[in-house]
Design a protein. Structure first.
Length: 489
């Protein structure tokens, strides 16, 4: 572990008072799947299928003893008797005798003929629920579209277990198709719920489901990749992320193994490199798997995967990636031009969630700037340059150009240069000890650049034995505005 007790750092600190700021995009699908009756003949065919199914079922049970005929279901809202834009609660008997109960839904939208539209932010939540479907479900498909300007964020449940979520992104009236692996062996109830806050109106049509057949082990994961895991060096593990896995015709247990820089859990509490999921008596399993970046990693990129396996032949994997942030270091001579971003510095907000240091300018005129105007809260934001080892140098100087605009440069509106010998390079800098250094501050506002030079002679007596951190501090008085920028120099 690298200690930063002997390093120079530049910190820019902005302080301001509260008072100063008064799934799959697809072309429109064919309404009539090859295996599904059309709207014109569905009632007649469904009755024929039901009668034939009863006959075949009795024959199979009588002669074979162990076989069960399981059908596929389909709902196209042909029997929906609601056709207005009013959001109401009601029900109807759909195809194959399934009763569908809906809440806070309208019937004036179409996809391929009649369709049902869920309201937005309704009380109770807009939803559609089936009656009991016998024989289990192994898959669920449906068409949907974003009805108006708000994006879709619709949850799908089977037996009150979340099995999927469908969304849209500024795709008004675009018909999309969803396919969800379910693998529920027992009798099932399907429910679509527009329950998430802010979820937009969504129109639903052409629901179909396959019966649970058993057989070859099948595993399905809700995603193939998780990324964005992170923490500062020494501060692990990371926050967890989750995905769901489901399967059918499984052995008694399913293994979950994490590799690389990650670990897994089934309860978001006990994490390890591997876990075991137990299948039910019908060989079905569904679980939420939590993943986090392990503690104790070195700085830099991280990688790994989670593999869920049912024996030697059936598995599904999720790729993982993240990052561990390490303190920045540099050697002399050193220059920071803020050319395209702030990746060469470390920024930290002690207070205030809406403002932060930003890069600006282009070409030869690039800079870092901080603006606390109109945030509505006290801002304290730091910009930290890399740590420098000065044990073998002397007479160091720090030069930079700075300017400010709006407000007065005084005890409440300021940009101060400070240094510390006990800041570790990451995390909250306000917990460290800081000493102010004088520099040539701008004498007027209006973003008039002023070349500034730190009083580096203060360091010459101790640079051979200590390393330092240097910082800058910005403040704003109540009722005023103060903005500052640092230019390369």
């Amino acid at each position: 572990m690298v200690l930063y007790y002997e390093q120079i750092r530049i910190f820019c600190f902005n302080r301001r008072s509260d008072e100063s700021m008064n799934q799959l995009n697809q072309t429109k699908p064919n309404k009539t799947p090859t295996s599904t009756p059309t709207k014109n003949n569905i009632n007649m065919k469904s009755k024929t299928i039901q009668l034939l199914g009863v006959f075949l079922l009795s024959v199979l049970v009588s002669f074979a003893g162990t076989s069960i005929l399981k059908a596929q279901g389909f709902e196209d809202f042909s029997n929906l008797d609601h056709s207005t834009s009013s959001y109401i609660d009601s029900s109807f008997v759909g195809n194959d005798g399934i009763t569908w109960t809906y809440k806070q839904s309208a019937g004036n939208q179409t996809i391929n003929g009649k369709a049902l539209t869920f309201g937005r932010n309704r009380t109770p939540d807009a939803e559609l629920t089936s009656s009991l479907i016998t024989g289990g479900i192994d898959s669920l498909k449906f068409n949907y579209k974003q009805t108006f300007s708000s994006n879709v964020n619709l949850n799908v449940y089977v037996n009150d277990v979340l099995v999927g979520n469908v969304t849209s992104s500024s795709e008004t009236s675009v018909v999309k198709n969803a396919a969800i692996a379910v693998f529920v062996s027992e009798d099932a109830v399907i429910r679509f719920s527009n329950e998430l806050n802010g979820a937009g109106q969504v129109t639903l049509d052409d629901i179909s489901w396959g019966s649970f057949e058993g057989g070859v082990p099948v595993l399905t994961a809700s995603t193939s990749e998780l990324d964005g895991f992170s923490y500062d060096l020494g501060a692990g593990p990371s926050a967890s992320q989750a995905f769901t896995v489901s399967g059918s015709s499984l052995p008694d247990s399913v293994s979950v193994v994490a590799t690389g820089d990650f670990e897994v859990s089934l309860d978001d509490t006990s994490f390890a490199s591997s876990q075991t999921i137990l299948a039910d008596s019908a060989g079905a399993a569904a679980a939420t798997i939590y993943v986090r970046q392990s503690a104790g990693l070195d700085g830099g990129d991280t990688s790994g995967d989670v593999t869920v396996s049912a024996g030697d032949e059936t598995s599904v994997s999720v790729t993982l990636s993240g990052f561990v942030t390490a303190p920045l270091t540099a050697s002399l001579p050193y220059a920071e031009t803020f050319a395209s971003d702030l990746s060469g510095v470390y920024t930290y907000s002690v207070s205030g969630d809406t403002k932060e240091w930003q890069q600006g300018g282009s070409g030869d005129n690039t800079y870092a700037s901080m603006n606390g105007f109109n945030s509505g809260e006290t801002e304290e934001d730091w910009m930290i340059l890399p740590g420098f080892d000065l044990s073998g140098t002397e007479g160091e100087t720090l030069t930079f150009t700075t300017a400010y605009n709006f407000g007065n440069d005084d005890e409440n509106n300021y940009l101060k240069l400070v240094y510390s010998t006990d800041y570790a390079g990451l995390g909250d800098p306000s917990a460290a000890t800081w000493t102010e250094l004088a520099y040539n501050a701008p004498t007027s506002s209006g973003y008039t650049p002023a070349a500034s030079r730190s009083t580096s002679l203060l360091w010459t007596a101790v640079v051979s034995t200590w390393h330092f951190s240097i910082g800058m501090k910005l403040g704003v008085i109540a009722g005023g505005e103060y903005r500052t920028s640092l230019w390369k120099r």
